[in-house]
Design a protein around this ligand. Sequence first.
Ligand SMILES: C[C@H](O)[C@@H](O)CC(=O)C(=O)O
Ligand SMILES: [Mg+2]
Length: 420
Amino acid sequence: MLTVSDVRFPTSLEQHGSDAMHTDPDYSVAYVVIETDQGMHGYGLTFTVGRGTEIVVCAVEALSALVVGKSLEEIVSDFRGFYRLLTSDGQMRWIGPEKGVIQLATAAVLNAVWDLWARSEGKDPRKLISCIDFRYITDALTEQEALDILVKAQTGKQQRVDQMLKEGYPAYTTSCAWLGYSDQLLKQLCTDALNDGWTKFKVKVGADLEDDIRRCSLIRQMIGPHNTLMIDANQRWDVGEAITWVTRLAEYKPLWIEEPTSPDDILGHAAISKALAPLGIGVATGEQCHNRVMFKQFLQASALQFVQIDSCRLGSVNENLAVLLMAHKFKVPVCPHAGGVGLCELVQHLILFDYISVSASLDNRMCEFVDHLHQHFRSPVVIQNAHYMPPKDPGYSCEMLESSVQTHQYPQGQVWKNLQ
Ligand SMILES: C[C@H](O)[C@@H](O)CC(=O)C(=O)O
Ligand SMILES: [Mg+2]
């Protein structure tokens, strides 16, 4: 059985999550629960920002016919085939393929399958490789190359596991500087974050240059010259505009400009990367990069210097594995997008896997953290001294509290009724 719910949180009331393009996000999810005949449960979700979640729910319902009636064994014994079944259905692929609403729905369903599977057994390199659909990427990464990467990374694996259990994976925070926050709130949150041990900060930019100059100057003064600053424009600019605007912000020494322009403009990102390289500013993108084929081209075109995988935008673990392996081959660090609802919970698994089993490196790598809505999860992320501590409970960590799902269901949950 598969059920899907439209669950929304009214974050726009306090401007949490706001940026230059998404000025009033209500952080939301299409939340999927799969129940097997044996009574086991798998939980999955995909992140949205409010209106339109009902369309993703509808897409999940359309895909559910391809899942219901199959056993977990049947699915995972040919996971690549199952991935293709979902992404290449002869009729539904027309409304993608492998992009947009249907890919978000695929992620929600497959995240639930991975959650179910993760609770039951360990996975060796060959088995993991057999989950990846290499169609459209073999010109950049072959199946054999992918396997070689995983086999090579077996060396030193236990030390990295021990290191992660002790220290955790380095994180940065986006919580201090959403675009709709006042300077006073920004200062307060930044002071708190510094006291809590944060050293890496992301600031939203892109709506008004004078505001950006003031906010970046403020935050750079507060964090000092040695802490790390990143800026995020959420696709606001044209290519030339991005170069001019970011050049004006260069004195605040951002490590990267994130999503400077349309997420589909690979050559535009390449031009921005080239122009900003002499200033020591890289280009980061990926939270709206809809599939492995796009990432392949970004990498081939040297159009990004930081790969931002997203646990719900790509086709779940299957497609994220493909991107982690390609990024490793192209020697580009992965710094995942997180935050939203449940993205931190999900992506911590992927980035720990990247360090332990793929890249074996922490150079220029960190995972985003946003301090909202974790209280709605059964196994929320644990952050210690600005590091993600490895999750201890089995599964993919996105089971929500039943009470949270009930009260936040849209539009009938109590939270929404109270707001009418
Ligand atoms: C609308 C979201 O909050 C977006 O601004 C998140 C984002 O760009 C990020 O976390 O990075
Ligand atoms: Mg972003």
